[in-house]
Write a protein that binds this ligand. Structure first.
Ligand SMILES: Cc1cc2nc3c(=O)[nH]c(=O)nc-3n(C[C@H](O)[C@H](O)[C@H](O)COP(=O)(O)OP(=O)(O)OC[C@H]3O[C@@H](n4cnc5c(N)ncnc54)[C@H](O)[C@@H]3O)c2cc1C
Length: 430
């Protein structure tokens, strides 16, 4: 890990471990024309732009800062099937068949991500397979039953792990049974974004960084997208700004609320120290509402994430994350130390599902991925790109999850309140 992050990114483990030859892109100066203008260079925008150039469309992508600067370049790196909304809740809303169809799209996306990493030789590994979810409660029957239902109804492919097996890997008495998902995996998300961005330009897509879009206006049969120094005329536009844009499209902006979450990365531990604590390279998260998520990185550092907030409520992120880590692994006291800590914003709609669709002819959106976006942003990118290039209607499967009002500031405080209630429930139920 370098001590200095790549310029333009926040200081985090991922920006400190970008290769020295990382590309940056010019800012938008003057007038461009394209079939499609994609706004936002997170994974939603990058996947949309890639899907379009691969289908023969001319594309301009405009990013306010650096590609992957938002949640896409600072997350946990767990690539898992499913959505921020739980599969059982999704089944209750849509029925098992429609919910399964949506979940299957994320399984395909997980495969497509791996294919792209191999095909484009993106150096974002190692891709360790398997994600373990553990319980803070001794609850064997309920967990076994839950796994069986998830496998029978949604083909989730989960394995039940008894407490003894969980504890051979997680040396803590906090945990009991677990659910193991063998086909999910982990990667370095910012290297992945950078890798895809490079492919887009190799396929003649044009990327512009440090160019916040200020307006989108109707222009004949298409649209004109404006920045301070330039503009893009395009037949179609795709908004992929998560919770970072302001005043570009109020309807989309008001349909999401930002939820902040926190991460720290420690010093590198010895193999022996890890064997006595986190004795695995599988990413782990727990089954509480307000969960910890963590993994041992390839250089033996621990990446530890958790908690959520709606404002800047956690002043000492490193201290808070280390306290959470030591609650589970007290043996790491004096062994693991936070070296870098950061936060990021997740974009949530009240229904907790992505918003993928069309506001007006030629005006698309692909956003709202919440805390579970690495595979679903690929689903959204493919759905919108195939709709624009091939009139594919797969995006209509997301019609039940519209762009309704998320409650503005009040919605954010309701979300914070809900989190505190969840934490209290976790506290009294473990
Ligand atoms: C700390 C953290 C941990 C997470 N862990 C995981 C995980 O382990 N697994 C998982 O699946 N998901 C995880 N997530 C969620 C996942 O990272 C997101 O769902 C996903 O990256 C969202 O991608 P996006 O492109 O929609 O948004 P973002 O990556 O936030 O991108 C939006 C982009 O739009 C740009 N933009 C905004 N306004 C404008 C404008 N006016 N003009 C031009 N550009 C603009 C922004 O600069 C930004 O780059 C995590 C998120 C966080 C914050």
């Amino acid at each position: 890990m370098h001590s200095i992050p790549e310029p333009g990114y926040i200081d985090c483990y991922y920006s400190r471990t970008l290769p020295d030859d990382t590309k940056s892109y010019p800012s938008l100066n003057g007038a461009e024309e394209a079939d499609v203008c994609v706004i936002g260079g997170g994974l939603a925008g990058i996947n949309t732009a890639l899907g379009l150039v691969l289908r023969g469309k001319s594309v301009v992508l405009v990013e306010a800062k650096r590609v992957g600067w938002g949640a896409s370049g600072r997350n946990g790196g767990f690539v898992a099937k499913g959505y921020a909304e739980d599969h059982h809740a999704l089944g209750k809303k849509l029925g098992v068949e429609a919910a399964s169809a949506l979940i299957n799209l994320t399984k395909d996306a997980r495969q497509l991500i791996k294919k792209r990493i191999t095909e484009y030789k993106i150096d974002c590994g190692p891709l360790t397979h398997g994600v373990l979810t553990v319980s803070w409660r001794d609850n064997a029957e309920a967990i076994r039953e839950d796994i069986k239902r998830a496998n029978d109804r949604y083909g989730m492919g989960l394995e039940y792990w008894p407490t003894e097996k969980v504890r051979t890997l997680c040396k803590t008495e906090r945990y009991y049974q677990g659910s193991f998902s063998p086909d999910d995996f982990q990667f370095h998300p910012l290297r992945y974004v950078q890798g895809l961005a490079k492919v887009i330009t190799e396929k003649k897509g044009r990327l512009f960084e440090n160019s916040p879009v200020t307006a989108i206006e109707k222009d004949g049969l298409g649209w004109v997208v404006k920045t301070a120094e330039g503009q893009v005329k395009a037949h179609d536009v795709v908004m992929c700004c998560a919770v970072y844009s302001e005043g570009v499209n109020r309807r989309l902006e008001n349909a999401l609320f930002p939820v902040q979450t926190f991460v720290t990365v420690t010093n590198a531990l010895t193999d022996e120290q890890l064997r006595g604590s986190i004795n695995t390279h599988y990413p782990i998260y727990d089954m509480r509402y307000a969960c910890d998520y963590y993994r041992v990185l390839s250089d033996n550092r621990i990446l530890w994430g958790g908690r959520v907030a709606v404002g800047n409520r956690v002043k000492d992120i490193a201290g808070a994350m280390m306290a959470d880590m030591l609650k589970v692994y007290p043996q790491l006291k004096g062994v693991a130390d936070a070296e870098v800590a950061w936060s990021g914003l997740m974009a949530y709609a009240p229904h907790k599902m992505p918003q993928i669709g069309k506001l007006a002819p030629g005006y698309w959106y692909n956003t709202g991925f919440g805390g579970h976006g690495l595979a679903p942003t690929t689903v959204g990118g493919e759905a919108i790109a195939s709709a624009i290039a091939e009139n594919d209607t797969r995006y209509e499967q997301f019609a039940p999850f519209g762009v309704g009002y998320a409650g503005g500031k009040a919605g954010r405080y309701v979300a914070q309140l809900a989190y505190w209630v969840w934490r209290a429930r976790d506290h009294f139920s473990v």
